[in-house]
Design a protein around this ligand. Structure first.
Ligand code: ZN
Length: 250
């Protein structure tokens, strides 16, 4: 098995049939810890600067959230540029999802097993970037984000393309029996152990909201299987680094 990851695996490929579109990228472990809140944060700003420079993004413009595993959606506008970019305290409070219809606003979420969901409606155009762990998924965060995009920009779910970033997958995500009640149909049993399919749960939510199946793409990376290349909170909880997912209209 190859240990080499090609550069384009850091991009979300939307099924739009076009190369044009928003910046939609995620970092890897070798890019360093990107969080100012988890793990060793001493070099996080330097890591962000280096990673984002490749996409022509000024790391000081990043719009960050104080992620709380709930379902708060925040509409980012020009005046929000740089919120949480230099210190965690100024990040948007109680936010696990961003939307925007404005160009050159780099939205950021941080993950290590939770699922980054990238949403893009070319018609407006507008974007959404969601931090979907199991709690936020149970709270319907993807459906709520689609509803916010419809309300703010007038785009329907049928017009939205979705892309999944790296996350812990069903192969590695062992859970307790209570998940069967929260996510009926998305928990499977193997040798007496239960595993949750976070991607399937979010796919079901997208489809139920009206997103077309052929508009959904998935990078397919499991942070658990690939914990050497990606931060995995469950596989390697310490020192607890986070990957950065960024989305920006240009
Ligand atoms: Zn796995």
């Amino acid at each position: 098995m190859s240990e080499i990851i090609s550069a384009d695996q850091q991009h979300i490929q939307f099924n739009t049939g076009s190369c044009a579109g928003p910046v939609a990228v995620f970092s890897r472990k070798l890019d360093g810890n990107m969080s100012l809140h988890h793990g060793d944060t001493g070099a996080s700003l330097e890591h962000r600067k280096t990673f984002l420079e490749a996409y022509g993004i000024d790391y000081r413009q990043l719009v960050c959230a104080q992620q709380v595993h709930a379902s708060g959606v925040y509409r980012a506008q020009a005046q929000d540029r740089g919120r949480g970019a230099m210190e965690y305290a100024t990040a948007c409070p109680a936010t696990d999802s961003f939307i925007t219809g404005e160009k050159n606003i780099p939205l950021a979420i941080f993950t290590a097993d939770c699922l980054p969901v990238f949403l893009y409606a070319p018609q407006y155009p507008c974007i959404g970037l969601v931090h979907a762990g199991w709690r936020s998924t149970a709270a319907g965060i993807v459906a709520k984000t689609l509803a916010c995009m419809r309300e703010a920009f007038g785009v329907t779910a049928q017009q939205v393309y979705a892309g999944f970033g790296p996350a812990i997958r069903q192969c590695c995500y062992e859970v307790g029996a209570q998940f069967r009640d929260t996510f009926p149909g998305q928990v499977s049993e193997r040798q007496g152990r239960l595993f949750f399919d976070l991607v399937a749960a979010n796919t079901a939510q997208l489809l139920a909201a009206g997103v077309r199946r052929e508009f959904i793409s998935d990078c397919g990376i499991c942070t658990g299987c690939r914990c050497r290349d990606y931060f995995s909170h469950r596989r390697q909880p310490l020192p607890g680094g986070r990957m950065l997912s960024v989305m920006m209209l240009r």
